[in-house]
Design a protein around this ligand. Structure first.
Ligand code: GTP
Ligand code: SPV
Ligand code: MN
Length: 654
């Protein structure tokens, strides 16, 4: 099984002496291909035919098989039969449990040590540090972008990847982000030794052999993922969920369009099409190609008069994107249709309008809080063909989590919590993990937009930023223009949630809702946004919302969910130029008294909800200035600096 090293030279010199990053040279490949072919006698192809794949893909697989040494290679075709086969195997092994009350729904419990994205172990690898991070003030740690040098990265890889798939199958997952062959779509190939990842990627992306044809001369994004637990396994595997929490690393090489992920099987750590590709790598591609890759939902909103508007909205993780994207309006005659719930790729088209596609094919949504009352359309989506991770289960074969208290049928229902222990209402610990998720095909959404797979995307009329802001921040405001809107996005803050490993509820900066997903220098990213406002582009108006403002007793001031349509109504009337519905404040235009449709709502303290308290905003302005200046240093765009100053002036004049 040894390889003649001379066949593997020359290595592409990345500055690192890493054996993991060793590449087979073009010239040597034909020879190596034979060697690899021979080697594949030792590493059998369990399914599919390596030699019908595009040459560059063969190379990629050969290289990584050589490195990770799986027991076999399984080339996924994306068919139904394939999913059935894998599912049956996982049920037999105990990794998946069928939720018998539904059609083809499964429960998966992870090792409790592997339940969320791990930002502290997520890196961007670039030769120049400042391609990744900003020139922060001395002693200030950059919070956007986490840089690792190629040299260190090589060492990290070498201590993890060689032989990491021993005894496991290496799945080759060909997938498209966006409709296969679409103008805005991109292709990826993920290698993974996790069959949970295969099943989830099939839902979240378009896994299909058609991808090879669409690839043509284009390049593809390379993903290498391992749970990091070669066989024979030396430590106990909890819940049949192999992982290696102590050794987790999720690293990106944007220049090479490459992602390496080790040690975790969970969500954004392992479904590499999502945050790693569609945000961190794609934002690099987007900058090069003049478009945007953002952490945004996309929704179509049709008014009673029949006119439709499209809105893209960026909220940090677990702050309400999925809920807004599938909102069931409480106002009569309104219709919302969902295009996407998490990521938007947006590009100006020839008509001058910003067009957006949802690069994903499924929803990986927060389970707790999702119910027929709050989000009936999400519930409708995951009644079949879905995977639930770290939720609780009832004795009737149903899923259960916080927020479903009123929907458990029958008094004698027993509940087993996400850890597999008996659980009853009133117990001090939650039944489901706060970051438990449903993974469901988007096409099953009862209100999926008919154009959701349109290769040209949908035209965006407005962009909304928002976060969890318990105090000071009004329900909604319109920014004064593109630059002020970008400034508002750059100043975005939110209470932390269970979607990442932070503890406690603290209000943190999350610029553009992209803090954990920034693919390059945040100052350059802002420059890119600012540069888009030029003819013939018609930039959308930018808004800010906050569903989470609380009163003195800690109660939400706004009912939220389906009633958020009332805010959208105001936004659309503003887009239409309706007069007399806006009131200028220091931070933007809020609804004038009486301009928000509150009909049929109980008591709402409108004044408190819309207030812009001077003291709060004065100290906020100081904090934001300090944040932007110390975080961005010389990378802070002039336009943002000017916005900072003029906003301060307006606040001081309050
Ligand atoms: P990610 O998938 O992590 O990116 O999250 P997301 O932004 O899609 O958030 P999601 O819609 O899943 O909502 C997260 C949590 O916020 C859920 O528990 C919701 O019930 C809650 N939530 C969503 N919208 C509202 C709202 O309008 N008001 C209140 N109070 N809570 C909301
Ligand atoms: C988020 O955390 O913003 C998510 C979930 O959408 S994950 O895919 O785990 O990143
Ligand atoms: Mn998200």
């Amino acid at each position: 099984m040894t390889t003649n090293p001379s066949l593997l030279t020359p290595y592409k010199n990345t500055g690192a002496q890493s054996s993991s990053l060793r590449q087979i040279s073009e010239d040597a490949f034909y020879v190596v291909n034979e060697v690899v072919t021979k080697r594949l006698g030792h590493i059998p192809i369990l399914k599919g035919d390596l030699h019908v794949l595009p040459y560059k893909v063969q190379r990629f697989i050969a290289e990584k098989a050589e490195l990770c040494r799986p027991r076999g290679i399984y080339i996924c075709d994306g068919t139904h039969a394939e999913a059935e086969e894998i599912k049956d195997k996982l049920v037999e092994r105990g990794m998946l449990t069928q939720l018998s009350a539904y059609e083809n729904n499964y429960l998966c419990r992870t090792d409790p040590k592997d339940v969320a994205r791990v930002e502290s172990k997520t890196w961007m690898v670039t030769t120049d540090k400042y391609q990744t991070v900003t020139h922060t003030a001395e002693g200030v740690e950059p919070i956007m972008g986490h840089w690792m040098s190629p040299l260190d990265f090589g060492e990290e890889l070498d201590s993890r990847f060689p032989g990491c798939m021993a005894g496991r199958t290496m799945y080759v997952i060909p997938f498209s982000m966006g409709p296969v062959g679409g103008r805005l779509s991109k292709i990826g190939v993920q290698l993974s030794d996790s069959n949970y990842v295969v099943l989830s990627m099939r839902i979240m992306t378009r896994v299909s052999l058609d991808v090879w044809e669409a690839l043509g001369d284009n390049d593809f994004v390379r993903g290498i993922h391992s749970v990091g637990l070669p066989r024979p396994v030396k430590s106990a595997v909890v819940n049949h969920w192999p992982c290696n929490p102590e050794r987790v690393i999720i690293a990106h090489r944007p220049a090479e369009r490459e992602i390496w992920s080790f040690g975790s099987g969970y969500g954004g750590n392992s479904l590499l099409g999502k945050k790693c590709f569609a945000l961190r790598i794609a934002s690099n591609i987007a900058r090069d190609e003049g478009w945007l890759a953002e952490h945004m939902l996309i929704m179509g909103v049709t008014r009673p008069c029949g006119r439709e508007h499209f809105i893209a909205a960026a909220f940090p993780s677990a702050c309400g994107k999925t809920n807004l994207a599938m909102l069931e309006p409480t106002l009569p005659g309104w219709k919302v249709r969902c295009v996407g719930d998490d990521i938007a790729w947006m590009k100006f088209a020839e008509d001058g309008k910003l067009h957006a596609i949802n690069p994903e094919a499924g929803f990986f949504g927060v389970a707790p809080g999702t119910s027929n009352k709050t989000n009936p359309m999400a519930v409708g989506t995951f009644q079949k063909n879905s995977i639930f991770t770290n939720v609780a289960e009832t004795s009737e074969g149903r899923y259960y989590w916080e927020g479903l208290e009123d929907e458990v049928e029958g008094k004698n229902v027993q509940i087993t919590d996400w850890l597999g222990k008996p659980w009853k209402l009133g117990d001090p610990t939650p039944a489901a993990h706060p970051n438990s998720r449903f993974c469901a095909p988007a096409q099953q959404c009862p209100i999926i937009h008919p154009d959701w797979e349109s290769p040209n995307g949908v035209p965006i009329d407005a962009i909304i930023f928002g976060g969890r802001r318990p105090t000071g921040v009004p329900l909604v405001f319109e920014t004064f223009g593109w630059e002020h809107g970008v400034f508002t996005g750059a100043s975005l803050k939110s209470e932390t949630t269970a979607a990442a490993e932070h503890t406690g509820k603290q209000v943190m900066h999350d610029p553009m809702a992209m803090r954990p997903f920034m693919g390059y220098n945040f100052g350059k990213y802002l420059d890119h946004w600012l540069s888009l406002d030029k003819p013939p582009h018609q930039v959308p108006k930018i808004y800010h919302v906050n569903w989470f403002r609380k009163d003195a007793n800690g109660k939400f001031l706004w009912p939220g969910y389906g009633d958020n349509i009332r805010v959208i109504d105001w936004v659309i009337r503003r887009l239409d130029g309706e007069e007399g519905i806006g009131k200028d404040t220091a931070i933007g235009v809020v609804p004038a008294p009486g301009s928000l449709n509150l009909e049929g709502l109980g008591e709402v303290n409108f004044d408190e909800l819309m207030s812009v308290p001077r003291d709060y905003w004065q100290s906020d302005a100081k904090e934001v200035r300090k944040f932007l200046e110390t975080q961005l240093g010389s990378d802070l765009p002039n336009a943002i600096q000017e916005q900072l100053t003029s906003q301060e002036k307006r606040i001081n004049a309050l």
